[in-house]
Design a protein around this ligand. Structure first.
Ligand SMILES: [Zn+2]
Length: 433
């Protein structure tokens, strides 16, 4: 089932040709209409007349969040404000918010992209979609709203919060699809239980589209097992237009619509593109946006790119589940390691509690050493020193197979490690002291 089968299944070569043409047009467009990019390109020695297309992509400068902040609110727009029909803005919890403007055509590309995605994960005309993402300056609510209407689903614009009402309407209007954050879905399920409502048997809910915060495969399994629904991952950032891309029913990565967005994965340290199948920072170039076109936008999100054709028949590239933020990356003996990967391995081991600490040191030999302290779970049945040593060895081996680097494991008693209110700080880097 496709929304736009011609585009979604076009041969990879035709898609590349299209990207080639659109990338050249973009470089011309921003040089002509964006004083910001004209200056940037001149500094980098780039002129549209000499730009060869995809093979020259890596010569283009990156665009970062700081650029949007420095040009707050509309200094990076490439159209006069009379062409803008909507604004969205990020919350700005760390510094100035970032403002994104949309022309009529920008909104059209956004709706079309998410409409394709909704159909790809199995939403259709018969569905009732409860949109429990926030409506307003945040892009989640309105993004899903218009895409849901576009494909002919019935939308319930309930927005975030008011959980009792959510559950009541879910029953009464026979909601089949919910869109919200994964953590809100877990909360809603818990509240429903307290109200005596079993999502599996008392509602028509069959699937959910979850995003706007990082979540793991373990959380997907937990949601699916508790509620009996299918859980899908969605990706988008406010700077690119909010929610745009989801997994297809294969659940093997998120399809990025290559006719509108050009993706690369780079090493966040060096800025070089990484090899096939390697993880790195997702960089996106908008190929269709008019009001706020972005050249090589650094999303800060760590993922893996998959360009093989998907079993669903779509030829557009996929990104794997977001592994974390580039800012969180640590380098141990030249290997990029994300705390989220370590957490992922630890949480699969039943004897281990949920608290851990990563400590980095530099030995006298000059080599990095990583120590991971983990707490035993309260109900782990382990009492001999031999058991502890065996457990430590097992954890070290499991981590080595995922991270490609050895860590020294120290299993400690429950309640030993520091607790955090708010954002946990789980990495202590003593190499810089
Ligand atoms: Zn697919």
């Amino acid at each position: 089932m496709y929304w736009n089968s011609f585009v979604e299944t076009m041969p990879a070569k035709d898609l590349k040709d299209l990207q080639e043409r659109k990338l050249k047009a973009l470089v011309n467009y921003v040089y002509e209409y964006s004083p910001f990019y004209r200056k940037r390109f001149k500094e980098a020695g780039i002129h549209p007349s000499e730009f060869k297309g995809l093979s020259d992509l890596s010569k283009l400068p990156f665009t970062k969040k700081q650029d949007l902040r420095d040009n707050y609110p509309t200094g990076m727009f490439a159209v006069p404000l009379s062409h803008v029909v909507r604004f969205h803005a990020s919350s700005g919890t760390t510094g100035k918010p970032t403002v994104v403007g949309y022309t009529q055509n920008d909104l059209e590309v956004w709706v079309e992209s998410l409409a394709r995605s909704l159909v790809a994960c199995g939403v259709g005309r018969e569905d009732v979609m409860q949109i429990a993402y926030g409506y307003g300056l945040f892009t989640g609510g309105l993004g899903f709203h218009y895409a849901g209407e576009r494909i002919g689903a019935a939308v319930i614009p309930i927005s975030a919060g008011n959980t009792a009402r959510q559950i009541e309407l879910m029953k009464d209007l026979k909601t089949t699809v919910i869109a919200c954050t994964p953590s809100y879905m877990l909360y809603l399920t818990e509240q429903a239980e307290k109200m005596g409502v079993d999502i599996t048997s008392d509602t028509h809910l069959r699937m959910g589209i979850f995003g706007a915060e990082p979540w793991s495969e373990e959380t997907r399994k937990r949601i699916e097992n508790k509620t009996g629904i299918d859980a899908y991952d969605v990706y988008g950032t406010s700077e690119l237009s909010g929610p745009l891309f989801t997994e297809c029913t294969e659940k093997q990565g998120i399809h990025i619509w290559g006719d509108h967005f050009l993706v690369e994965v780079i090493d966040p340290e060096t800025g070089e593109q990484v090899g096939e199948g390697e993880k790195g920072e997702l960089v996106v170039t908008t190929l269709s946006k008019e009001a706020l076109p972005l050249v090589r936008w650094r999303t800060g999100d760590i993922t893996i790119l998959e360009e093989e054709k998907c079993a669903c028949g779509r030829t557009h590239p996929r990104i794997m589940r977001i592994l974390g933020r580039a800012d969180d990356m640590i380098i141990v003996r030249g290997v990029n390691v994300f705390p989220s990967q370590i957490e992922h391995v630890l949480m699969q081991i039943p004897e281990i509690g949920e608290h851990y600490m990563i400590i980095l040191d530099r030995a006298e030999s000059g080599l990095d050493e990583m120590t991971i302290q983990v707490e035993l779970s309260e109900n782990a049945k382990i009492d001999t020193t031999t058991d502890i040593l065996n457990l430590e060895r097992e954890i070290a081996e499991r981590l080595k197979s995922v991270l490609n680097v050895w860590a020294k494991i120290e299993v400690v008693n429950p309640g030993t490690l520091q607790r955090f209110e708010g954002k946990a700080k789980r990495v202590i880097d003593r190499r810089k002291i």
